[in-house]
Design a protein around this ligand. Sequence first.
Ligand SMILES: [Zn+2]
Ligand SMILES: [Zn+2]
Ligand SMILES: [Zn+2]
Length: 161
Amino acid sequence: MTKPSTVPTDAAHDHAVCIDKAIATASAVCAERGLKLTPVRQRVLEIVWRAHAPIGAYEILAELARERDKAAPPTVYRALEFLMQAGLVHRIDSLNAFIGCDEPAKPHVAQFLVCRQCHRVVELDDPAISNLLTEKSRAAGFQLEPSSVELTGLCDTCVGH
Ligand SMILES: [Zn+2]
Ligand SMILES: [Zn+2]
Ligand SMILES: [Zn+2]
């Protein structure tokens, strides 16, 4: 297994526990909704979670191809599509990459803080923000559909560099 390249800097963070927890949550969410977390879907989810950093589909495919004889691109795309539908991963459009969701059990429209330097992503799930956007849109004569928001800036680590 590859060592995660980017993990939170606090020493107390045990990333193996973190991945285990994400998989356990995913299994529970799928079981509850009658969805099937197949081995390949679970493996793709683990790869997405291997670092707290967005990962591109091509990178996931490369990782999977190292482990399996057959890792066709459609397999990865289908698995990602499933994981997104289930709310287990989010797509970060501005990076063309995917991150694992911390709280897949709760339906939400997320706001993402994207570090323009290291591409680290922090997820905010603040209903106050989405409600305000819905309100303002309505006032502007616009029917907003559930839309995630991506905001660019610098993370704590990058701000001093
Ligand atoms: Zn972690
Ligand atoms: Zn989320
Ligand atoms: Zn950064």
